[in-house]
Design a protein around this ligand. Structure first.
Ligand code: F6R
Length: 622
């Protein structure tokens, strides 16, 4: 939530970038994190100059066009997802303090802001917004006086008073060429340039300018100038960051001729799956997961796996449960991170926690992982974002290589996450001897065929798009699935809710007669994900019976079935065939038509599919 950019450059630097260009470009890339309002502040001519505006970034750009900013090489920029105070011009960041000499931006929630505000008000401070950020800015202004004009020291003094989650960036008119940042429980990455340095909520905030990045730790302060960066803890003791090179470039974060990032990312899926599989097994099918920092011996002792995730990532976990339990015979529980954290879950040193997070910053998941670690569990992160917090704090990491996912609704990260969980399941089966090497090799060979099968579906996307356009007026759509088709149904419903704002529900097909069938009325659209007829026969025939049951009650049945499955034709208004694949791998194919359907239907309704209302890509507050 909220995107943050900071820049310290100089006219003499090799690149000679103006601060405003860097900030606007960074905010454009980070806008997926929040788009309620945007703002920038630059230091020029011994003063702070700030512009901010409610609404999307384009509104801010219009304001700047009407009221240009002076040339500057130092600045901060923010794109907001509102927490304290509604989305308005006055609540937009930056917030000014110290009589307008200091500007601050913030991502997170300062939990004790009310007490600090009351104290500052009693000392004569006045506030123009409803935000917790302005309180932090005013506090920093006060500390700036106590620190005798040392902005970094002032930040150290200020953060000692703050509780909650925050990434704070500040500039001061007396310090051109200097940006100070502090982070606790909120994301921040440093970018290293030639005569210029950058800060961003994630690397996309500066990917247009450099691919050299530094992971920052918890409770750290970083000060950048054009030629230096200094990292300390909150007490001012020197600290280190971990440098890495971003393995994608700015072009990967462009729409590449597609009308939306979401559609582009749906079409990126063959590559996302192929890249996630790449280099992780040898010719004999022996898996090596090199980012695993847990002893093989310890992994053989695992008695339970708990998958922690939210939203789409949790559905990837639900798919993993079927595969890992089948291949490894280890019980797998899948739990929403926020539910896990606030009951008293039973985990111990023989529990493997597998967190799944595209962003690696989801606060609910981060907190759940920390809690599990405290209980002695081993933690592994499946993550798509290098340099993010959850993998950094986990005992082991398995990166998905989906590339940057910009659209708020997750698509390619989902398929890459499922692929990574399969690799994990096969690796554990190999270690524990649950499968013969030949069986693992066969499953890997089937996985290797998935990218071209996804491509086959994408090549026939017009069939799905036509259906979607014809259903633009639907007010409710139901999704049914069984076994691994159940999480696929849930994901299909979530996609439709979040980007098309249509009421959508996913159900386990077997649950139908226990209640949901009462929803079926004349013309009610129902998607049914049908398992392969080549798999367990009972599974297939049960779902075919479910199609007949809803159809008999007037439903319009829309079926996703496997190539050659003629049994569904007589009971379906519409059928889309996906290529044959083993049942456990089927979600990698059956999900794709549902993603295309949601994307096209939302586009037909004229909605912005990349930035749906009320949402933000990275949920960094609890
Ligand atoms: C839905 C979606 C969300 C995320 C969820 C977890 O399309 O994107 O449901 O899956 O917020 O996010 P990550 O994976 O970043 O932890």
């Amino acid at each position: 939530m909220c995107g943050i950019v900071g820049y310290a450059g100089a006219s003499s630097s090799v690149a000679d970038h103006g601060a405003l260009d860097v900030l606007i470009e960074g905010l454009r890339r980070l806008e997926y994190r929040g788009y309620d309002s945007a703002g920038v502040a630059v230091v020029a001519d011994g003063a702070i100059h700030s512009r901010k505006k409610a609404g999307k970034l384009v509104n801010l750009e219009n304001v700047i066009a009407e009221e240009p900013l002076p040339q500057s090489y130092t600045g901060i920029g923010h794109t907001r997802w509102a927490t304290h105070g509604g989305p308005s011009d006055s609540n937009a960041h930056p917030h000014l303090a110290d009589g307008g000499k200091l500007a601050m931006i913030h991502n997170g929630i300062i939990e004790n802001f009310a007490g600090i505000k009351a104290q500052l008000v009693s000392e004569g401070a006045e506030f123009l917004s409803d935000t917790d950020t302005e309180v932090a800015a005013e506090l920093l202004g006060k500390m700036y006086g106590e620190a005798n004009g040392d902005l970094t020291l002032a930040m150290q003094l200020a953060v000692k008073h703050l509780e909650g989650a925050f990434t704070l960036l500040a500039v001061h008119q007396d310090h051109p060429g200097l940006v100070v940042a502090a982070r606790r429980n909120s994301p921040l990455v440093l970018g290293l340039g030639d005569g210029e340095n950058f800060l961003g909520s994630d690397v996309s905030g500066f990917i247009d300018f450099t691919r050299r990045a530094v992971e920052l730790g918890q409770d750290q302060i970083v000060t950048i100038t054009p030629d230096t960066h200094t990292i300390t803890d909150f007490d001012g003791n020197p600290a280190e960051g971990k440098e890495f090179t971003v393995d994608w470039d700015a072009a990967s974060a462009e729409k590449g001729g597609f009308p939306s990032f979401m559609e582009k990312e749906i079409f990126d899926q063959p590559a996302a799956v192929a890249d996630t599989l790449l280099g992780r097994s040898d010719a004999d099918g022996r898996l090596t997961l090199d980012e695993l920092r847990i002893d093989a011996e310890e992994l053989t002792k695992i008695s339970k796996i708990v998958v922690l995730a939210c939203g789409t990532s949790a559905y990837a976990g639900s798919v993993a449960k079927y595969a890992i339990e089948s291949w490894c015979r280890i019980p797998v529980e899948v739990e929403l991170s926020h539910e896990f954290r606030y009951r008293e879950p039973i985990v111990d040193e023989n529990t493997l926690i597998v967190s799944i997070s595209q962003s690696g910053e989801t606060m609910d998941t981060l907190m759940a992982v920390r809690y599990a670690k405290e209980q002695g569990a081993k933690t592994m992160s499946i993550c798509n974002t290098n340099g993010s917090t959850i993998p950094r704090e986990s005992d082991a990491v398995l990166y998905t290589h989906a590339g940057p996912e910009i659209a708020v609704a997750s698509t390619k990260a989902f398929l890459a996450q499922i692929t990574a969980t399969y690799l994990l399941g096969l690796y554990l089966a190999q270690l524990r001897g649950n499968l013969f090497q030949g069986q693992i090799k066969d499953i890997l060979a089937d996985l290797g065929k998935i990218p071209s099968k996804i491509q086959d579906i994408l090549d026939r996307s017009d069939e799905i798009k036509e259906l979607a356009r014809s259903m633009a007026d639907a007010s409710s759509v139901l999704f049914l699935g069984r076994h691994v088709g159940y999480p696929v149904a849930m994901e299909g419903a979530l996609k439709l809710k979040e980007i098309a704002y249509i009421h959508a529900e996913g159900f386990a097909a077997g649950e139908l007669k226990h209640g949901p069938i009462a929803l079926i009325d004349d013309g009610q659209p129902v998607f049914v994900v049908v398992p392969s007829p080549r798999g367990r026969d009972s599974l297939h025939s049960k779902v075919v019976s479910n199609i007949q049951e809803v159809r008999a009650r007037g439903a319009k049945t829309l079926v996703i079935a496997e190539d050659g499955d003629d049994s569904v034709k007589d009971f379906s208004e519409w059928v889309f065939y996906v290529p044959e694949t083993p049942t456990l791998l089927m979600p990698l194919l059956a999900t794709v038509p549902l993603q295309i359907f949601a994307c096209e239907l939302a586009s037909a309704k004229g909605f912005d599919v990349d930035q749906p209302r009320n949402l933000a890509k990275s949920v960094t507050v609890e």
